[in-house]
Design a protein around this ligand. Structure first.
Ligand SMILES: [Cu+2]
Length: 276
């Protein structure tokens, strides 16, 4: 619809339906604003040339024009009402996640069952892949479903690269472990702050495999510039395999650490460390 050069000035999109809706809403408002801009500046330029000062000419003395004044007041109000209506019509599809496709990942659970929140939106089916994003100085951590039923621990996680399945609605709980950060992958939707002691929620749904890049968007300290994020969308089967492998690697690393810890303890003696 718009020339390609205009896309440079409009929000990034193409990754997720909410980002696409934000982008199209922006473009609708931009086009309306451009039409008004051209009309106002064109009228002004016309008046400047047509009624410019001329020797001996006396300008017409006009005081008020009720029809014209009513016209532009009602016209401007009508444009604002139209923008309001268009925005509210679009808002639903920006805030509310859709259902996953039938071909989506099967690791999708009833992520709303744990606790309710007015801000936490779920798909109509109530099912999404819920991932917790933890902002830390200076790295993003992603915690996936898959904790042990017994103690709720042992959930698989990754750093910097968030791997997700395509065709699946992914809901995000955004939190922080230290200071305020801001989660922002432009092609996947808006910006959301990670605030200590508070949860922010958003979602995305990626149709095709791809890589989407983001960057912490809130100055969080000296390492802020390095706090990058990558979202990698892979086919659901590949995601499930990746998650299982990730869980296994973490378990192996934990087992190794336990051995190393026991070895250290036997060398130093636990009693000596605790009660010198
Ligand atoms: Cu930051």
């Amino acid at each position: 619809m718009l020339p390609a050069t205009l896309a440079f000035f409009t929000p990034e999109s193409g990754g997720s339906p909410n980002a696409n809706q934000i982008d199209s809403l922006y473009k609708i408002i931009l086009v309306i604003a451009l039409v008004i801009f051209v009309a106002v500046i064109g009228g002004l330029a016309y008046a400047l040339v047509k009624f410019r000062a001329r020797k001996g000419a006396t300008p017409a003395q006009i005081r008020g024009n009720t029809r014209l004044e009513l016209g532009w007041t009602i016209g401007a109000a009508a444009i604002l009402v139209a923008l309001l209506v268009i925005t509210f019509v679009k808002l639903g599809s920006i805030q509310n996640p859709p259902n996953s496709d039938a071909a989506g990942a099967s690791l999708v659970g009833e992520s709303g069952a744990l606790y309710a929140s007015a801000e936490r939106k779920l798909p109509p089916s109530g099912k999404s892949l819920n991932i917790t994003i933890v902002g830390r100085q200076y790295i993003w951590q992603f915690v996936y479903p898959g904790a042990n039923e017994k103690d709720g621990l042992g959930a698989p996680y990754s750093y910097e690269e968030l791997v997700v399945p395509t065709k699946t609605t992914v809901t995000l709980d955004i939190v922080s472990a230290d200071v305020v950060h801001s989660w922002w992958v432009p092609q996947l939707g808006g910006k959301f702050q990670a605030v200590p002691g508070y949860h922010n929620y958003t979602w995305f749904k990626i149709e095709k495999p791809g890589v989407f890049r983001g960057q912490c968007a809130f100055l969080c300290g000296r390492g802020h510039a390095r706090m990058i994020a990558t979202v990698k969308a892979v086919p659901p089967a590949q995601f499930e395999a990746w998650l299982a492998r990730q869980k296994q690697l973490i378990a192996e690393a934990n087992a190794d650490a336990q051995v190393a810890r026991a070895k250290l303890k036997s060398q130093v003696g636990a009693g000596q460390v605790e009660n010198p």
